[in-house]
Design a protein around this ligand. Structure first.
Ligand SMILES: CC(C)(COP(=O)(O)OP(=O)(O)OC[C@H]1O[C@@H](n2cnc3c(N)ncnc32)[C@H](O)[C@@H]1OP(=O)(O)O)[C@@H](O)C(=O)NCCC(=O)NCCS
Length: 161
């Protein structure tokens, strides 16, 4: 049973756990989006807890009046963890007077494309060949992703606030 999901800000005591989630999911906390390298472990983050245990992590950053969702990972899948994290990010971004939440995901990540669109995000752009530029900043990005799909492009989505 997932129990009630509680969303809170990441705390200093979450640092090791948070780093572990990012390394496990993305190879490291270094995340490349739109040709820029971000250390997701040093950016603001939301933690989902279920039964007192961390169950999900969302990292983000704000620049100007835009909020970029950098990473989203659920440990306890299909229990509403990621949806609850998104719902809280909407509140956080509105409070910061942002006009949109945006993100990029790689072209192979069809589950994420489905997930975000089911939650109101719209496709904005396909940044063709962006993964080649990303590899220059983060050489560990593999050539092939989910379902054996070649990793080539960034797909940008946004949720207007
Ligand atoms: C994509 C991802 C973040 C979704 O996380 P999640 O916590 O499983 O998401 P949720 O539980 O909120 O929603 C997933 C589905 O479970 C369903 N669900 C939620 N609670 C449920 C419950 N109690 N029983 C059954 N289904 C439930 C939701 O309705 C949703 O289905 P829908 O999209 O058809 O509406 C997760 O699969 C993940 O970590 N993927 C790997 C990392 C990644 O790709 N991140 C995104 C790119 S940054």
């Amino acid at each position: 049973m997932a129990g009630q999901i509680v969303i809170r800000e990441r705390l200093p005591r979450d640092a090791d756990w948070s780093e572990g989630v990012l390394v496990e999911a993305w190879g490291s906390g270094r995340i490349v989006t739109r040709g820029r390298l971000h250390d997701a472990n040093r950016q603001p983050a939301l933690v989902a807890e279920s039964a007192g245990r961390p169950a999900g992590l969302l990292t983000y950053r704000t620049e100007g009046a835009e909020c970029e969702l950098l990473t989203l990972n659920s440990i306890l899948k299909r229990r509403g963890v990621a949806s609850a994290l998104i719902e809280r990010l909407v509140v956080v971004a509105r409070d910061a007077a942002c006009w949109r939440i945006w993100l990029v995901t790689s072209n192979d990540n069809t589950p994420a494309l489905r997930f975000y669109q089911r939650r109101g995000f719209r496709l904005v752009a396909i940044h063709r060949g962006a993964l080649a530029a990303a590899r220059a900043l983060k050489p560990g990005i593999s050539a092939v992703g989910i379902d054996g799909i070649p990793l080539c492009d960034e797909i940008e989505l946004e949720l207007l606030l």
